[in-house]
Design a binder for this molecule. Structure first.
Ligand code: FAD
Ligand code: NAD
Length: 398
């Protein structure tokens, strides 16, 4: 009997966990292929650190062949261009793959909400090279400041668009690093301006107000200025224009106003909302018995509040477990599981030894939240590669 072809697109949180679980559960009973545009896996959830320069980018990525057993799974380094659903084929930049079962875990892209100038003038790619670009650019601006006779203030101005978790975690790291940058480039601290600009009436909308206040007070004490209730309406070569008519000049604009699912979803003709497919309870795309959509490409409604669950690594990993089990059931004739997220909490770092979070019903601040955040980062490594991977690549929680 012909072995089925299982193709997994994307080696992120969803793709990597699906790959490890399928190789364990199915082994050689199927031809399993993983496609990713790089030959490494990176932990997106760590990227605010290399972007600010507080962690080496090398710490956030690992060669795929160091984690997966390539005797049990074929790895293809290529870029997905389109999924041809009717033909059960995936078009890559350098070829095509046929599938019997497909797992789409291609992650997300920046959401601009139509604000002009974002792609041209802001940094919006939360990838390893995107993080490198931000770090190098900020350092170059600091170096340029002292070398230019005009000493333009905007060279030392950084704007973060969006006070969601990504924006807050990035500014937390950067505000911790600024004193070191100032010492290194001989710049008075008061010359550096850090803005976080948020459209909603509060930073971290929907999060616990006491924790939001803690985070804002801490970041303000490090010199961060918040502009709340202030939608950005345009990004230009020289800075941003706000809906209230103000303009702020800045040479560095970091875009963090949320995400939409991979553009491959819409390009491939799936019905989607902001690039995310509203998946069936078993994680398959509606009308497609052979296609699973997981992670940031999947949309799942939280029935309690009738709103989508936020796209998170936590949910991507949980989806991957159910997806792998459901593919096995399809192969062996078992019944398919319904996916129900088990939200354990949310913890966000604020740079240095600071963080905030809610775990279960407990609120965490400061060093205890920071400890928890590092444990969460290490837990993922444990789920992916066991204790060996934690020892090799984990974070010191203290
Ligand atoms: P990803 O992990 O993004 O992986 C997608 C993979 O697909 C990547 O390897 C990419 O290279 C590859 N790919 C993309 N397009 C193509 C293509 N066309 N061809 C081939 N390969 C392709 N969530 C949490 O739960 N907790 C956190 O603490 C947290 N912190 C975050 C911090 C930051 C700075 C950011 C930006 C996000 C954070 N998130 C966090 C959200 C989390 O990172 C995402 O929800 C998660 O990465 C989604 O997993 P995924 O598997 O869907 O996609
Ligand atoms: P987000 O959607 O959570 O936040 C984006 C923010 O940008 C919102 O507050 C929104 O009001 C604001 N915004 C939108 N348009 C704007 C505009 N024109 N001008 C100014 N502000 C504007 O997105 P995110 O922070 O990028 O996070 C993406 C996903 O990743 C979320 O699901 C988040 O929960 C997850 N994440 C989690 C963590 C964590 O758990 N520690 C960290 C980072 C990201």
């Amino acid at each position: 009997m012909k072995k089925p072809n299982i193709v997994i697109l994307g080696a992120g949180y969803g793709g990597m966990i699906t790959a490890t679980r399928l190789t364990k559960q199915i082994g050689h009973d199927a031809n399993i292929t993983l496609v990713n545009k790089h030959d490494y896996h990176y932990q997106t959830t760590w990227l605010h650190e290399p972007a600010a320069g507080t962690l080496s980018p090398e710490r956030t990525r690992m060669p795929i062949n160091s984690v997966l057993d390539l005797n049990k799974i074929k790895f293809v380094k290529d870029e997905v261009q389109e999924i041809k659903r009717e033909e059960k084929k995936v078009v890559l930049s350098n070829g095509e793959l046929e599938y019997d079962y497909l797992v789409v875990g291609l992650g997300s892209e920046a959401e601009t909400f139509g604000v002009p100038g974002v792609h041209e003038h802001a940094f919006s790619k939360w990838t390893v090279n995107g993080a490198r670009e931000v770090k190098e650019h900020i350092e170059y601006m600091f170096a340029k400041y002292n070398n230019s006779p005009e000493k333009k203030d905007e060279l030392l101005t950084v704007i973060v668009a969006g006070a969601g978790f990504t924006g807050i975690e990035f500014i937390g790291e950067l505000s911790e690093r600024v004193p070191e940058l100032c010492a290194h480039y001989d710049i008075p601290r008061e010359k550096v301006k850090l803005y976080v600009i948020e459209a909603a009436p509060t930073a971290l909308p929907g999060f616990d107000p006491e924790l939001v206040e803690y985070a804002m007070n801490l970041l303000e004490s490090r010199g961060v200025e918040f502009k709340i209730n202030c939608p950005i309406k345009e990004v230009t070569e020289t800075g941003v224009s706000l809906a209230n008519g103000d303009e702020i000049k800045a040479s560095t604009i970091v875009w963090a106003t949320g995400v939409r699912g991979s553009s491959i979803i819409e390009k491939s003709g799936f019905e989607a909302m902001r690039g995310r497919v509203k998946v069936e309870p078993d994680l398959r795309a509606p009308g497609h018995e052979d296609i699973f959509i997981i992670g940031d490409c999947a949309l799942l409604i939280n029935e309690e509040i009738n709103r989508p669950y936020p796209p998170t690594a936590q949910i991507a990993m949980q989806m991957a477990e159910v997806c792998a089990s459901n593919i096995k059931s399809l192969m062996t004739g078992g019944s398919l599981k319904t996916f129900t997220p088990d939200i354990k909490g949310t913890v966000a770092s604020l740079g240095g030894k600071e963080a905030i979070g809610v775990v279960g019903s407990r609120k965490l601040f400061g060093t205890s939240a920071n400890f928890m955040k590092k444990m969460i980062d290490n837990r993922y490594l444990f789920l992916l590669g066991g204790p060996g991977l934690v020892l090799k690549r984990g974070k010191n929680p203290m």
